[in-house]
Design a protein around this ligand. Structure first.
Ligand code: HEC
Ligand code: HEC
Ligand code: HEC
Ligand code: HEC
Ligand code: HEC
Length: 503
């Protein structure tokens, strides 16, 4: 239809009719265009890629997935890059390759940076070798060649350091959970399981090959999050069908960036979330399991070691509460060849503040960076005070034992060491240097310093101080997306005062 071809003559009513017809035509075209646009978008969402190869659950090699998704793959391979920030990122340290350890580059040794760490872990694998984390590309080799291998780690260490889907499916005859159970039930060794894997975490571990939706592939997370939801009154939670897309943008990371333990007798990998995600909830679960991972060489205390609780700590922070996911900061959108894609070079957000933070915070880049470093500096200083307190307690127990302290005194002091150590280590092994939940990290250090003080007091006889300040530390549980109602499970310690926290 051509509007210029309408009759030149005609009364007002005729002209009106023509105008209506023209308008209707324009509207029809506009609506059609919109519908086509919507339809195309839906198709894009359904099939946002050019399918060169058919993918399925037997293909774990990311280089094959790259044929359909070259841009994401390119960024994924860049996780080999090493670049430092003030407290994070990663730094390449030269290493002379040997037969036992052929790596020519390793990450910085945390033990060399802070010798107190050797003291707090005396007698445990971590006192032999503990380094800074680096990019995903290195996860498999760094685990294979760490000196902690001398301590015979369980096979399930591999869960978070390799692409596991094909291995689980093979061992479980097509059933991931069965494959996972087989590894611990048949007491496979690390060496045996290591021979079944080839790649670090790969596309198949986070994505469904049929439609590229995010998915959870780790049984320990499926069980852990079910237990957590159970504690919040949600029964039979099935993460892969019940989680929202925004939740999945954190849950995929929570499969590995969490604390864990190996449950006896088969050393089954377990996420201790049945009472909640706060540090006290986690200690309560591991206490209930009567877990002792090692006996401290100097003090004789039976101890447990937390590991990288990024997911748990993020959950206590303001970002989780505001619905900001791991991927929002660590995998921000980026423009590549006219397309908007997720940044698969997963690393420190400080290296890409414009995309990671400035989408929400309209401050200059330098100011945002200074804000982060300010939080981190404060945390780092208090962490140092806490570490001193813990080392003091350890040497005090050792000295008093030699002088003939009673069993009751020693066991009370060791119990305080166990709690203080776990809490300090919890926030110290968390990899954001306090950033993911600054207030919670500070609260935990304050409580931990108090446990060290109480430990020393119980050695030196005398009644514990009787003053009882108002109970202001009882923290209201943060109503974050996956947080249990606050339950204060550790009753032994006196509440910490504001003055102590603000140190
Ligand atoms: C609001 C943004 C934000 C969110 C959300 C967030 N992080 Fe972070 N993360 C940071 C910042 C900032 C750092 C500190 C980086 C540095 O010091 O270089 C960090 C550090 C880290 C590190 C250490 C990185 C390094 O290079 O040293 C890891 C690992 C990490 N985060 C994982 C996670 C996981 C897993 C989640 C979700 C459970 C998460 N983060 C959620 C901002 C965020
Ligand atoms: C639940 C997942 C998970 C399990 C199980 C796991 N790791 Fe890791 N591992 C991680 C994450 C996440 C990092 C990176 C963060 C960090 O370094 O704190 C890491 C880092 C490492 C590193 C490099 C930094 C360092 O500590 O020197 C080594 C080596 C390592 N793991 C060895 C092991 C060994 C040995 C086991 C078994 C005892 C194990 N991992 C089990 C998730 C896991
Ligand atoms: C299969 C387990 C696994 C999953 C899933 C996983 N990570 Fe990691 N991540 C690791 C391990 C292991 C390391 C340490 C590798 C090393 O040090 O060799 C690591 C390292 C990192 C680092 C440090 C990078 C650097 O350059 O220093 C960041 C940041 C990080 N992960 C964030 C995330 C985020 C965000 C997600 C989710 C989108 C995620 N990870 C998913 C296991 C995992
Ligand atoms: C640690 C988990 C993880 C791994 C490993 C991973 N991805 Fe992703 N990927 C994500 C997340 C998170 C998103 C964002 C999804 C969303 O928002 O729904 C994403 C999004 C995508 C998308 C949708 C478009 C986009 O960029 O947002 C594609 C395609 C994709 N990834 C391809 C790949 C390929 C190819 C690989 C392997 C080379 C890979 N991914 C490895 C976590 C991962
Ligand atoms: C998707 C949006 C979003 C992104 C991305 C984001 N933030 Fe936030 N941030 C928020 C919201 C919402 C709050 C809480 C409300 C407020 O104080 O503005 C917040 C609060 C903060 C606070 C105050 C923390 C506190 O405990 O009160 C700091 C600091 C901060 N963000 C830094 C960052 C940095 C650094 C990054 C990038 C690594 C970042 N944010 C990325 C949304 C975001």
């Amino acid at each position: 239809m051509n509007p210029t071809k309408t009759e030149p003559e005609g009364g007002p009513s005729r002209r009106m009719l023509v105008a209506v017809v023209v308008l209707a035509a324009v509207a029809t075209v506009a609506v059609t265009a919109l519908l086509i646009n919507v339809f195309e978008r839906k198709q894009e969402a359904k099939n946002p890629f050019y399918r060169v190869v058919e993918l399925n659950d037997t293909i774990d090699d990311p280089a094959t997935w790259a044929k359909n998704f070259p841009l994401q793959y390119d960024m994924y391979t860049k996780t080999v890059d090493m670049q430092r920030t003030k407290y994070g990122g990663s730094e390449a340290m030269p290493h002379s390759p040997t037969d036992a350890d052929p790596r020519s580059v390793v990450a910085r040794s945390k033990l060399q940076e802070d010798p107190r760490l050797k003291t707090i872990w005396a007698g445990y694998a971590f006192s032999a070798d503990y380094r800074e984390r680096r990019g995903h590309a290195y996860m498999l080799e760094d685990q294979t060649f760490t000196e902690r291998q001398k301590f015979n780690p369980p096979a399930m260490c591999i869960n978070c350091h390799a692409s596991m889907v094909t291995t689980f499916l093979k061992l479980g005859d097509g059933d991931i959970m069965k494959g996972f159970n087989t590894i611990s039930d048949t007491h496979m060794t690390y060496k045996q399981i290591r021979e079944t894997v080839k790649h670090p975490v790969a596309c198949i571990d986070c994505h469904d090959p049929e439609n590229m939706q995010l998915r959870i592939t780790r049984p320990a997370f499926i069980e852990g999050i079910r237990a957590l939801k159970g504690s919040q009154g949600v029964q039979n939670y099935d993460v892969n069908t019940m989680a929202t897309r925004q939740e999945m943008r954190s849950y995929v990371c929570g499969q590995c960036h969490v604390t864990y333990y190996f449950a006896p007798p088969n050393k089954r990998l377990t996420f201790p979330w049945a009472k909640g995600l706060k540090v006290e909830d986690i200690i309560a679960v591991e206490d209930q399991a009567k877990l002792v991972e090692w006996t401290h060489l100097d003090s004789g205390a039976g101890l447990i070691k937390p590991r990288h609780p990024e997911f748990e700590m993020w959950n206590q922070g303001v970002h989780a509460r505001s619905g900001v996911a791991c991927a929002d900061c660590h995998m921000p959108y980026t423009r590549q060849g006219g397309l908007k894609i997720s940044d698969h070079q997963i690393n420190s957000p400080i290296l890409k503040i414009n995309r990671s933070c400035q989408t929400c915070h309209h401050f200059p880049e330098e100011e945002l960076k200074a804000k982060v470093e300010d939080i981190q500096d404060r945390f780092f200083n208090l962490r140092n005070t806490a570490l001193d307190a813990l080392v003091d307690l350890i040497y005090d127990i050792k000295a008093e034992k030699a002088k003939g302290a009673t069993e009751a005194q020693l066991s009370a002091a060791r119990d305080h060491q166990r709690k203080g150590q776990f809490m300090i280590d919890f926030v110290m092994s968390e990899n954001s240097m306090g950033f993911h939940a600054p207030q919670e990290a500070t609260r935990i250090l304050g409580e931990a310093i108090n446990f060290c003080r109480l430990g020393q007091l119980s050695l030196h006889g005398g009644p514990l101080p009787s003053h009882n300040p108002p109970n202001i530390v009882e923290s209201p549980g943060s109503p974050g997306p996956a947080t249990a109602p606050a339950k204060h499970t550790m009753k032994q310690g006196k509440p910490t005062t504001v003055a102590q926290l603000g140190k």
